[in-house]
Design a binder for this molecule. Structure first.
Ligand code: SAM
Length: 248
């Protein structure tokens, strides 16, 4: 009975997350710039430059999977940075976000290098040992069963493939932590209210940041899932963190 109860709770959690992104899909990119003051762009650049996909090779010789890829920001960066040696698959549970991504890919003339797949990070409809990289940016905290998503990442990566996660983290600098708390609990829901017409779901998203493990604990989780050479970098005083690990 206890297990049944927990399962319903987790499914509700996914429902809340889906509500947010169905509502904001069209305004998602503007919201991101507003809410992060443009910082999300620098953080995404930092992840893709740490990944440094190869620039030499035939097109498609590097296969990148971007999970919870939304409107394509990470996938586009990987393809562009690799001079199209990389091809990318954007996977997201939300068809509305993917539809925006597809339009953006066409506008940037990247649609031949990017494929869109609507699916859940917890059960990837993708083969074992296939991808050179797996990235997930601001997505894992929304996934109800994070361990399951990490195990799926491990499964679809080739031996030698790399896992990278960009996620909000825990600020532990005096003053900045207070500013950050105020911003998260007051400014973000109000912006959500103003732009998307509803602040409540944003309050939930801010909560999900609090429950995300700190960098050390998340690194340990990756180790337990089988990843090796796990390391991380903190961004902007710890507001965000990038974790990296290899399936060897
Ligand atoms: N990665 C993009 C970026 O950084 O701009 C989008 C991040 S957005 C904050 C979170 C995304 O996670 C949404 O597009 C949402 O639909 C997706 N998502 C939530 N739960 C998911 C799940 N279980 N499986 C796959 N995607 C999921």
């Amino acid at each position: 009975a206890e297990f049944g109860f927990k399962r319903i709770a987790l499914e509700e959690k996914q429902g809340l997350v889906d509500d947010v992104f169905h509502k904001v899909a069209r305004r998602y990119d503007i919201m991101n710039d507003l809410m992060s003051g443009g910082l999300h762009r620098l953080w995404k650049d930092a992840m893709v430059s740490w990944l440094s996909p190869p620039r030499k090779g035939r097109p498609g010789s590097f296969q990148a999977l971007d999970v919870a890829g939304g409107t394509g920001d990470i996938a586009f960066r990987i393809v562009e940075r690799s001079d199209r040696v990389a091809q990318a698959t954007v996977l997201d549970i939300n068809g509305d976000m993917l539809a925006v991504g597809r339009e953006r890919a066409v506008k940037r003339k990247l649609d031949d290098a990017v494929t869109f797949v609507e699916a859940n990070a917890e059960s990837l409809p993708l083969p074992d040992n296939h991808f050179d990289s797996y990235t997930i940016a601001f997505g894992l905290r929304n996934v109800p069963r994070r361990e399951v998503a990490i195990a799926e990442a491990f499964r679809v990566l080739k031996p030698g493939g790399r896992y990278m996660c960009l996620e909000f983290s825990h600020v532990d600098m005096p003053v900045l932590d207070k500013v950050y708390d105020f911003y998260s609990f007051n400014v973000i829901p109000k912006l959500g209210q103003a732009v998307a017409g509803d602040g409540e779901p944003y309050r939930y998203l801010v909560e999900s940041i609090r429950t995300f493990p700190n960098p050390e604990r998340f690194a340990a989780m990756l180790g337990r899932a089988g990843f090796e050479r796990v390391s991380y970098r903190l961004l902007s005083g710890g507001i965000a963190a990038i974790h990296s690990g290899y399936k060897l």
